[in-house]
Design a protein around this ligand. Structure first.
Ligand code: 3BY
Ligand code: FES
Ligand code: FE
Length: 427
């Protein structure tokens, strides 16, 4: 299968000057201040971010339990790029560009489904689930070789049941994180889970405002009454503000988790803590992020026996965070849609054999994060509206309450600069 996409760029004049201006602006910008206005509002800067980050870096796209059988697939659009993630005829998880090798039609048109083969709706070119072209009718001439027209592959990795794709042909190596994630998610057995319910919000805010909002709890006490029934405002077991009481609670819970073989230690990888996993206790007396703090699902996940696992926070920049508790796991996925438009998908994941109405009640399961997501959407949208003002200027982050935001800006700035440099060296 030929997989060089270079020929597609023949008609595109590369905007080297503005790309370099973005890298220069970031180099000058102190990471302890919010970004200059254009980074949150401008369509050209947004396009450069898509090309340098979302078309290159590993992105979280779903969980293996969502595609349990051969032929199960999920689709998503990364900017202009429709992607299919599918379990092939041998049970392997693979990803393809969802564009037919005949005349380019989109092939999978629905969000998810199950197919015996991938059949293009336009002229019925038919592909094996591993992307090889099987059938192109009888009209393509004698010298037509089906081997030349397999679907274009997308790099795809599975770690602990989390599925990641990268549109780069040479993705960044984040194997250290994938190894840790595999270990930390092992108790959850995500091959045998299901999505109990999911929600999609479209927010009128730049994707970085959505991530920045998630990276701090400075805003929690003023905005998230439901969440604070169970969530402690500390952002990490190593939070610079940690009190002795919090440290004692962490130590007691960690001793319990140690005994049960449940991974909990803070691990992080990459510049600006691009990837972080840490198990945090919840408020004493609560076991899950539900309105009453009780388990949202009676059947616990995987091999878990104790519902009191706090919440394991998984961060994957640029597009995902999660809370893995004992009874359920909540995975968040961020996909930018425009300079001031972002899609946030939330999935509530439970054991595949958990029965709705018996083991869990969907309204109880989702209530807290539905409320929290709507509150966060309002915060991000208000943030966007204020940033669009001609009076906006970058403001200082608190290095104690907002260290996670500083880390994110650090990662964003570093990654943009590195990727821009690498692409200009290639030209
Ligand atoms: O709970 C979260 O996902 C994040 C982390 C801290 C504040 N925020 C609500
Ligand atoms: Fe797919 Fe023609 S575009 S078969
Ligand atoms: Fe919030």
């Amino acid at each position: 299968m030929t997989c060089t996409h270079e020929h597609q760029n023949l008609l595109v004049t590369s905007e080297n000057k503005s790309v370099q201006a973005v890298a220069d602006a970031l180099e000058k910008h102190p990471i302890t201040f919010s970004l200059p206005q254009q980074f949150y509002s401008d369509a050209d800067v947004f396009q450069i971010e898509m090309e340098q980050i979302f078309y290159k870096e590993w992105l979280f796209v779903g969980i293996t339990g969502e595609i349990p059988d051969n032929g199960n697939f999920i689709t998503l659009d990364i900017g202009d790029n429709p992607i299919t993630v599918i379990r092939d005829q041998n049970g392997e998880v693979r990803a393809f560009h969802n564009t037919c090798r005949h005349r380019g039609s989109k092939i999978c048109l629905v969000k998810q489904g199950k197919v015996p083969k991938l059949v293009c709706p336009y002229h019925q070119w038919t592909y094996e689930l591993d992307g090889n072209l099987l059938f192109a009718g009888t009209e393509m001439g004698d010298d037509f070789d089906k081997n030349d027209y397999g679907l274009h592959k997308v790099n795809c990795r599975v770690a602990g049941g989390y599925i990641f794709v990268s549109l780069s042909e040479k993705p960044t190596n984040i194997d250290g994180f994938f190894d840790d994630l595999t270990h930390y998610l092992e108790p959850y057995d995500l091959d045998n889970c299901k999505v109990a319910v999911e929600s999609t919000l479209v927010e009128d805010a730049n994707w970085k405002l959505v991530i920045e909002n998630n990276r701090e709890c400075y805003h929690c006490s003023g905005n998230h009454p439901e969440l604070l029934n169970t969530l402690l405002e500390w952002d990490d077991t190593e939070d610079p503000r940690a009190s002795d009481e919090f440290k004692a609670q962490v130590a007691a819970k960690q001793a319990m988790w140690e005994e049960e073989g449940i991974p909990y230690k803070h691990v992080s990888h990459g510049h600006g803590l691009r990837n972080r996993i840490v198990r945090m206790p919840l408020l004493e007396g609560t076991v899950s992020m539900t309105i009453d703090g009780k388990a949202g699902c009676k059947k616990l996940m995987g091999r878990i026996k104790n519902p009191d696992l706090g919440s394991m926070r998984i961060l994957h920049l640029p597009n995902s965070w999660s809370h893995a508790m004992g009874d359920h796991l909540i995975a968040f996925q961020v996909i930018p849609l425009g300079a001031q438009k972002t899609q946030v998908t939330t999935k509530w994941i439970v054991h595949k054999d958990a029965v709705e109405g018996v083991d869990y009640d969907v309204a109880h399961l989702r209530q807290v994060w539905d409320a929290t997501n709507v509150q966060d959407r309002t915060l991000a949208e208000n943030n966007q509206k204020g940033i669009n003002s001609k009076a906006y200027q970058p403001g200082p982050y608190s290095t104690t309450f907002e260290f996670g935001v500083v880390n994110f800006i650090d990662w964003f700035s570093d990654t943009m600069q590195k990727n821009i440099k690498a692409s200009s060296e290639k030209e």
